[in-house]
Design a protein around this ligand. Sequence first.
Ligand code: SPQ
Length: 428
Amino acid sequence: MKTLSRLVQTGLTGTIRVPGDKSISHRAVMFGSIAHGKTMVDGFLPGEDCLSTIDCFRKLGVEIRQENDHVVINGNGIEGLREPKDILDVGNSGTTCRLLLGVLANTPFHSCVIGDDSIAKRPMNRVTGPLREMGTKIDGRDTGNYTPISIRGGSLKAIDYVSPVGSAQVKSAVLLAGLQADGTTTLTEPHHSRDHTERMLRAFGCEVVVNDLTVSLKGGQSLTATHIEVPGDISSAAFYLVAGAIVPNSDLTIEKVGINPTRTGIVDVLKEMGAEVTVTNQQTETSEPFADVHIKTSSLEGIEISGDLIPRLIDEIPIIALAATQAKGTTVIKDAAELKVKETNRIDTVVNELKKLGAQIEATEDGMIIHGKADLVGTTVDSHGDHRIGMMLAIASCLADGETVIQNSEAVHVSYPAFFEQLEQLRK
Ligand code: SPQ
């Protein structure tokens, strides 16, 4: 539990860095584990989710050394993985669960995958469906839709899969299985999801062909160890970008933030809302581009957020909703039904928790409608075990009159272990 009070005169000022990108950190460990040779990772996110990924691959026999944000992985190829003696526990991490199933799709042994109470409610048939079509033997609760899931590799045949959801986790699981299948696997998605897997497979020496919404790769390619530098996580930076825009007297620079175009919807939305946000020092020669992002207190206007923009900011919707409470006019968020199957039902948790603070916000079937500008008043709120809700509420406390008590605040350790310490520093 955390108790935070309103920032009265001082805003949030200074230059900071946020921890490494969660999506890229997971993939660095997974791809390093199935590559041949020694992979070095710098800028790794030592949050609970990515530590779950390390734990699972250690149980699969991979030697991994991790010290803070530096990781060394001794990979022996996918064929070097060994039958785990124990269950593989993904904790709270949907990415670990779904990508791991793709890795295990062809392994000649049995594994059992479980997670926490939140994972147990998240649908896995979006991944187990195509993997079964390829030949993997999978069972689990509700015939393989929910954890615990038991999996034994089959001899895989490539598929041409049209995914009903635009999901990087589905795309990545099918591509990881496709690497182990006979023939060329193709996946088409309804809209562009984040492309870290495609970029990183290339960095590990694989050929991946992308043609608009379709991605394909030939089976039988092996990965060669490499050095991965993980940029700062734009989803973590988003909390400070919104804080910088809505907390009076703020002026913040966040250095070395990943600016992969499939992830920068938050910057586009803040600009459209009228925020003074600038992106400088862009470095594009690495496989994942990064830059410094600067923001200062701005007056915001409500906008509509929908369509192709949604996957580019899906994880930022909780903090965007808070920004919308401080914008003049109405903000409408549509086409975001995927929020219902995240760590919590993020439509309900965002709406219920912000309402407790006095926001005028209502849930819709596929998003929410927020009327600004609201005067927030501190009270007891709850992250419900969802890291992004916990951090959004902490930023809200900087504006809310009086004290805000955040229950289950430790959920932030999933993606941002030092979040509260850093916020305290900035508040001084
Ligand atoms: O890993 P997890 O629990 O699914 O994490 C979340 C998050 O808020 O951190 C979603 F709840 O991010 C997903 C993201 O929503 C991480 C991810 C990835 O690394 O591939 C992709 C997104 O999900 P998807 O499958 O809908 O594209």
